[in-house]
Design a protein around this ligand. Structure first.
Ligand SMILES: [Zn+2]
Length: 303
């Protein structure tokens, strides 16, 4: 056991050593000198101090993993499961490389130089609503940011990764369309609708979805006669429109909308019946309405 541990830790340490070939010779020998004992202790110490090294050694030696992590069954399970998942991902990646990348090499070489996407997409982090899967975006076609409940906070809320992505997509990439995609059965919207009024929480989720509070209030105002699930469906769409209006609170977005360089769209993907609803913000109409209202145009229903 000790010898196995020593050998594996040395292999993992080899990229840190300037004399790995000498070490291999030593390990191939059955001789045990004081110098070797000292080396074993040094590498054992290195192995124990370095979590990355320990993990690497475990992954490279399944038998060793069993011997050394008996006191941590969760780590053992993770090591057993990960290779199967990545075997499938490796297969998919190599298929992508063969069937798409190498078959369209000129296109991908162009993408290596620059990206010119027409769309900026803001979608939910939910694993069922990947915009590239349901709308067929190919590499280079859409600059995407995903967050819980596909929310766009107003400008006054300050920096988030979502408006950082927006700033780059609008000002640097000069995308022509911003599309906010909501979806059915959204857990983030359910969390928003479940918020206690004015409750202070340490939950990151609650403190994020609170940005959609106006949509929640609007839903409660107009759909109070519906049951909770129906209110959530209503809020899923209401929050999209609130996000479209929030986009206009960013001066550099509104300016491009006014100049006709940028269009703002909403989308709603219902995965219970696989339908997609799409609409476009009517800027002139919206500015004539009250602050809480949104005028839309070009509504389409894809079924
Ligand atoms: Zn969601």
């Amino acid at each position: 056991m000790a010898q196995a541990l020593f050998q594996s830790s040395f292999l993992a340490c080899s990229d840190l050593s300037s004399n790995s070939s000498k070490g291999s010779d030593i390990f191939g020998s059955q001789l045990r000198s004081p110098e070797i004992e000292l080396s074993q202790l040094r590498f054992l110490s290195c192995y124990k101090r370095n979590p990355t090294l320990r993990l690497k050694a475990l992954m490279e030696s399944p038998g060793l993993a069993q011997d050394t992590v008996d006191d941590k069954p969760k780590v053992t399970r993770m090591i057993k499961e990960v290779p199967d998942h990545f075997k499938e991902l490796k297969h998919r990646f190599l298929s992508f490389k063969k069937d798409k990348y190498l078959s369209n090499l000129e296109h991908y070489n162009g993408l290596a130089e620059a990206q010119v996407p027409k769309f900026m997409v803001i979608a939910c982090a939910d694993s069922r609503v990947c915009p590239s899967s349901i709308l067929g975006f190919q590499p280079g076609e859409a600059f995407v940011v995903r967050n819980v409940a596909n929310l766009v906070p107003p400008h006054e809320n300050g920096p988030t990764e979502t408006n950082a992505a927006l700033e780059f997509a609008v000002n640097s990439l000069e995308v022509e369309n911003v599309l906010v995609v909501g979806h059915s059965c959204c857990g983030g919207i359910k969390a928003l609708m479940s918020l206690e009024d004015e409750a202070i929480s340490s939950s990151f989720i609650k403190n994020w979805v609170i940005a959609g509070k106006p949509a929640r209030l609007q839903t409660k105002a107009v759909a109070s006669d519906l049951n909770f699930d129906q209110q959530c469906r209503h809020c899923e769409k209401e929050s999209i429109n609130r996000s479209l209006m929030n986009l206009l609170t960013y001066p550099w977005i509104e300016e491009r909308v006014i100049r006709g360089k940028l269009s703002i769209h909403g989308g709603y993907y219902d995965f219970t019946d696989c339908t997609f609803e799409k609409w476009t913000l009517d800027y002139k109409g919206s500015t004539m309405l009250s602050e809480s209202s949104c005028s839309i145009k070009n509504r389409e229903f894809w079924a």
